[in-house]
Design a protein around this ligand. Structure first.
Ligand SMILES: CC(C)(COP(=O)(O)OP(=O)(O)OC[C@H]1O[C@@H](n2cnc3c(N)ncnc32)[C@H](O)[C@@H]1OP(=O)(O)O)[C@@H](O)C(=O)NCCC(=O)NCCS
Length: 188
C-alpha cells in the first residue's frame, strides 16, 4: 500500500492521456530497442513515425537509444542516433534536417526547480524548457545538451561537452561548460 502511495505521488503531475502515451511508448520501444540488424532499425523508424509529433523523413535509431515523450518531439529529414542516447521531450524538442547524435548523448528538455529548499527536488515536476537543434548538427559521444538550448545550423558538439547556452551557426564547441573552439566556415 505504501508503494502505491509513492507511485501516486510520483505521477501526480501527469494527465491520464500522458500516462497512457508514456506507457505505450515505453512498451513499444522497450521491445523494439532489442531487435538487432537493419531489420530492427526499420522497425524503430516505423514506430518513430507513429509516435513522434512530426517526422519529415527517415530516421536511423540504433539499439538502446531511449526516447521519452516522442509526442512532443519533431524530427526533420535524415535523423540518426547512436546507442545509449537519452532524449526526453517533456518540454518539447525540434530537430532540423540531417541531425546526427552520438552514443550516450543526453538531451533533456525539462528541469526540476531547485529554488525552494523546503520541498524536495524529487517532488517538484520538471518545468518545460524547449530545445531546438537546427539543420546539419552533429553531437559527439557523451555530450549533454541542457534544457532550453538552441544549437544553430551546422553546430558541432565535441565528445563529453556540457552545452549550457545557445550556439552560433557552424560553431565547433567542446568542454564543460562548452566553449567555442572555432567556426567551421571561418578562422576565429
Ligand atoms: C570537437 C571536435 C569535432 C574537434 O575536432 P577538431 O576541430 O579536429 O579539433 P582538434 O582535434 O584540432 O582540437 C582542437 C583543440 O580542442 C581540444 N578538443 C578537441 N576535442 C575536444 C573535446 N571533445 N573536449 C575538449 N577539448 C577538445 C583539443 O585538445 C585541442 O586543444 P589544443 O588546441 O589546446 O591542443 C572533435 O574533437 C570531437 O570531439 N569529435 C566528436 C567525436 C565523437 O564523439 N565521435 C563519436 C560520436 S559519432
Amino acid at each position: 500500500m505504501k508503494y502505491l502511495a509513492f507511485l501516486k505521488e510520483k505521477i501526480k503531475s501527469y494527465s491520464f492521456k500522458d500516462l497512457l502515451f508514456l506507457e505505450t511508448e515505453s512498451l513499444v520501444f522497450g521491445i523494439l530497442t532489442h531487435v538487432p540488424t537493419t531489420f530492427g532499425v526499420i522497425l524503430r523508424a516505423i514506430a518513430l513515425k507513429a509516435f513522434a509529433q512530426r517526422c519529415g523523413g527517415f530516421a536511423w535509431l540504433q539499439q538502446r537509444a531511449t526516447f521519452v515523450h516522442m509526442d512532443r518531439i519533431t524530427f526533420g529529414k535524415n535523423f540518426g542516433v547512436n546507442t545509449g542516447a537519452y532524449i526526453n521531450g517533456v518540454g518539447g524538442i525540434e530537430f532540423g534536417d540531417y541531425v546526427l547524435i552520438g552514443n550516450n548523448v543526453t538531451i533533456s528538455s525539462g528541469m526540476h526547480p531547485i529554488d525552494n529548499v523546503n520541498i524536495p527536488v524529487f517532488s517538484r515536476p520538471a518545468v518545460p524548457k524547449k530545445i531546438v537543434i537546427e539543420d546539419d548538427v552533429w553531437i559527439g559521444a557523451g555530450a549533454i545538451i541542457m534544457p532550453g538550448v538552441r544549437l544553430r545550423k551546422g553546430t558541432i558538439i565535441g565528445a563529453n561537452a556540457v552545452v549550457t547556452g545557445d550556439t552560433e551557426e557552424y560553431a565547433v564547441m567542446a568542454g564543460a561548460p562548452a566553449r567555442l573552439l572555432r567556426l567551421r566556415n571561418k578562422h576565429v
